[in-house]
Ligand binder design. Structure first.
Ligand code: URP
Length: 367
């Protein structure tokens, strides 16, 4: 468990964070409430001038508790209840920052392309019932809460966005980050519902560290991770909803590589279970009409800037992953590898500025 060169999910880990000893009350509550609980700690070298900057994050993955044809209000209430009981355990474990999965208040119904009732799950990021619910949790547990929801933006004509609301441990809404990249792959018909984010790459200064949220499909875009890092993120959360046959081979690599490339911690979260819909749907790809998007494989994990990572949570079960990290590791790895110093961003900026112009011609040298 605590050695080197350990195999997990078919990958060799160069090092492995130590297993945390979590409070007995948390372990028994996890058993009683039927979710997996794991805890790991990433260490950094002692420094002379800086004290360790230790923070505990919690990643929550879960199934939807009710069938997708249950009344909307009941589905939301059941999800609130489930998350509340897992957050209680996160609090016992001393978690400072918790993040839920993408669009956590609803089934991932965007595969259907039907508007009702799914758009009814959308809420105001600032005033919605879910944000109010999270504000209470944040205040009660002195915990920063990252709450990814389907946002209805009434200030801009009721536009829908895929948004992560960041609630400070004081209970106030610190801000929000919107999903920049919308998938157009398989049954992920999300562009039918909401727009590409328009808020850039915000980083939130919390009492526990600088955090950012790169929502799901942004995981495949190295420049999206980069921009959060350029803005100073020490921890980047990646709340996701993705299925086995599409992305499971990529999942263990992408967030981990982003942690290495950007000298920061990354936290990848995926939901679990299969969600069934009453009406069959197709996605114009020749497949027969079907009633589900596929199997959400969980496997949430945390990766560190030195390339180490925790094992993943279960593929099938609800879970809470607690990861303790000394954020001093970010600068220590940066000073060793210097990816920011050696980045040549001015060269890329100049070339990319030309590449996006309509009259761009690729720099190919021919005989
Ligand atoms: N939610 C979402 O963007 N899923 C797309 C599939 C993937 O990125 O693996």
């Amino acid at each position: 468990q605590d050695g080197f060169l350990v195999f997990t999910e078919g990958l060799i880990l160069s090092s492995y964070p130590v297993e945390l000893s979590l409070p007995a009350a948390a372990v028994s509550a996890g058993r009683e409430k039927d979710f997996e609980l794991q805890g790991y700690g990433f260490e950094a070298a002692a420094e002379q001038l800086r004290t360790p900057h230790v923070v505990r994050v919690g990643l929550i993955q879960n199934k939807i508790p009710l069938p997708t044809d249950s009344p909307v209000a009941e589905q939301v209430a059941a999800l609130h209840k489930r998350i509340e009981e897992i957050v209680e355990v996160a609090a016992i474990c001393g978690v400072n920052v918790v993040c839920f999965q993408e669009a956590w208040t609803m089934p991932f119904a965007f595969c259907t392309r039907e508007k009702l009732p799914w758009t009814e799950f959308a809420e105001s990021a600032e005033e919605g019932q879910t944000t109010k619910f999270c504000q209470k949790l944040a205040k009660k547990h002195n915990m920063v809460v990252v709450s990814p929801i389907l946002e209805r933006d009434d200030v801009h004509g009721g536009t829908l966005w895929n948004t992560a609301v960041v609630i400070s441990n004081s209970g106030s809404v610190l801000g929000k980050s919107r999903k920049n990249h919308i998938p157009r792959v398989g049954d992920f018909n999300e562009s039918t519902y909401y727009m590409e984010g328009n808020r850039g790459h915000p980083v939130f200064q919390t009492q526990f560290g600088r955090i950012a949220v790169n929502i799901c499909f942004g995981r495949h875009h190295p420049l999206n991770w980069l921009m959060y890092s350029i803005n100073g993120a020490e921890i980047i959360f990646n709340p996701s909803a993705t299925i086995g046959e599409l992305s499971e081979s990529m999942w263990p690599i992408e967030a981990r590589n982003a942690a290495i490339a950007n000298h920061c911690f990354t936290c990848a979260i995926n939901r679990v279970g299969t969600e069934h819909y009453m009406n069959a749907f197709t996605s114009g790809d020749g497949r027969k009409a079907h009633h589900d998007l596929g199997y959400f494989y969980g496997s949430s994990y945390v990766a560190a800037p030195d390339g180490s990572r925790t094992p993943g949570l279960s593929r099938t079960q609800d879970g809470l992953l607690v990861a303790e990290m000394d954020l001093n590791l970010c600068r220590q790895v940066s000073d060793k590898w210097n990816f920011k110093m050696t980045g040549r961003y001015e060269m890329y900026a100049e070339e990319l500025a030309k590449a996006v112009q309509p009259d761009f011609t690729p720099n190919i040298i021919r005989e």
